[in-house]
Design a protein around this ligand. Structure first.
Ligand SMILES: NC(=O)c1ccc[n+]([C@@H]2O[C@H](COP(=O)([O-])OP(=O)(O)OC[C@H]3O[C@@H](n4cnc5c(N)ncnc54)[C@H](O)[C@@H]3O)[C@@H](O)[C@H]2O)c1
Length: 394
């Protein structure tokens, strides 16, 4: 049994996502389990080098986890041939330049979403990676949430019949930072720093909808900045220049209607931070992050509108839990394992930079829809001759 070392430059690893999801819960967890096992008994062992701007933070993080490789010199890490993957979880606005450099250095690319702050830069990255022939992938973690995997199982089984509509309710109250610290980074609320809920969440909604229900064809979106002033990590007040809520309607291929509410200014009165209700001719389901419940047409009650009497139905009790039927590992880790196998064994990995660019495309069109107060069609995105193209807008 051979150990196959794979050097990974992890840039932006001191951030919220970089440290928790990518370093601790993915790369370190994979190292702890003995690597990614291959069918022939070999194992892929990720060998991270932690990269960032602040020496003391990197050193502290490396030491806390028994790692020896860290650096503030990205160019030197890119010049080291033992590092074959470049991973990026920096603030979105810093991603493009670093990925451009990493592609030029011949590294395979894996990165957080959104892949860039603009659609133009996102398709540029997809094109550059294709031209250079480097493998590439984008984090699409929501696809690996147990609740959404159960939903996908229902879709694949034909449970819904014809899917009519999808209602997505996402959000929670993000504290303003004055009398309680905010639980998200302050740049999320500044447009000039790559913030805004549309840029952040529509990158997720694109792959969730495309992969579960059908290609997104058009979007209508109203964004709002409900809270105009917040307090940053140092307690300093700042003006919020980015949207903190978005109320959108989308149409998918086959005429499926989607309503998607995304908000950092809503108090939760539902079973999870994200719930997705799907209604079809044969049945309906509601998924949260981990759970999913379903109601078949034969179990559907027949309410009659009558506010003069107390409601005779306990609606929530009329749904059946979809069972786990499998073990669910951390979604970020599962996707890392797939990407590492893709690099070493050339197994399929469909969520590449072009798929990532589709997320940025949807965010940008949703922002345009808001600005122009109209529906916008979503042009198909393809790579031809090494260059990404958006079909002409209808
Ligand atoms: N997949 C998901 O569910 C998910 C969730 C949250 C965030 N994200 C994405 O992950 C990325 C990081 O988000 P986060 O919430 O971890 O943010 P964060 O603010 O916690 O971390 C940002 C990282 O960027 C680095 N950084 C900050 N300023 C920089 C600068 N001037 N130059 C270079 N690097 C700088 C920081 O040191 C830190 O390592 C974003 O692109 C975000 O969209 C993805």
């Amino acid at each position: 049994m051979a150990i196959i070392p794979v050097g990974i430059i992890m840039n932006g690893v001191t951030g919220r996502m970089g440290t928790n999801q990518h370093l601790i819960r993915s790369i370190l967890a994979i190292r702890k389990q003995g690597g990614v096992q291959l069918p022939n008994g070999d194992a892929i062992m990720p060998e991270p080098v932690l990269v960032g701007r602040q020496e003391h933070k990197l050193k502290g993080l490396a030491e806390a986890h028994g790692l020896t490789r860290w650096s503030t010199d990205l160019d030197a890490c890119l010049a080291d041939p033992s590092n074959i993957i470049y991973f990026d979880a920096q603030m979105t606005t810093f991603r493009v330049n670093s990925i451009r450099k990493a592609i030029a250095a011949g590294k395979h690319i894996y990165c957080e979403k959104p892949t860039a702050s603009s659609f133009e830069e996102s398709i540029e990255l997809a094109s550059l990676a294709t031209e250079a022939g480097v493998k590439n992938g984008v984090v699409q973690d929501k696809l690996f949430l147990p609740g959404l995997m159960k939903l996908k199982r229902l879709v694949n089984s034909g449970f819904f019949g014809k899917i009519l509509s999808v209602r997505m309710e996402f959000g929670y109250w993000v504290f303003e930072g004055d009398w309680q610290p905010g639980q998200r980074p302050s740049w999320n609320y500044r447009k000039e720093d790559g913030g805004g809920i549309i840029v952040d969440m529509f990158a997720h909604w694109r792959y969730v909808l495309d992969n579960l229900f059908g290609q997104v064809r058009s979007v209508s979106c109203l964004g709002v900045t409900h809270i105009p002033k917040r307090w940053d990590e140092t307690g300093k007040p700042y003006d919020c220049t980015a949207d903190d809520a978005a109320y959108a309607t989308l149409e998918l291929e086959g005429g499926i209607v989607v309503q998607a509410n995304s908000s950092w200014t809503v108090r939760v009165n539902r079973e999870d931070l994200l719930t997705i209700q799907v209604d079809g001719t044969e049945g309906s389901a509601v998924a949260g992050l981990r759970d999913c419940k379903a109601q078949h047409r034969v179990n559907t009650c027949k309410p009659v509108w009558n506010p003069d009497i107390p409601n005779p139905f306990d609606f929530r009790s009329q749904w059946d839990e979809v069972p786990d039927n499998q073990l669910f590992d951390n979604g970020f880790k599962v996707q890392w394992e797939m990407f590492l196998k893709h690099i070493v064994e050339d197994t399929p990995f469909p969520w590449d930079l072009l798929e990532g660019a589709k997320g940025t495309q949807l965010s940008e069109l949703a922002l345009q829809s808001w600005e122009e107060r109209r529906w916008i069609d979503v042009p198909e995105l393809t790579i031809q001759g090494g260059t990404a193209h958006a079909a002409a807008q209808k």
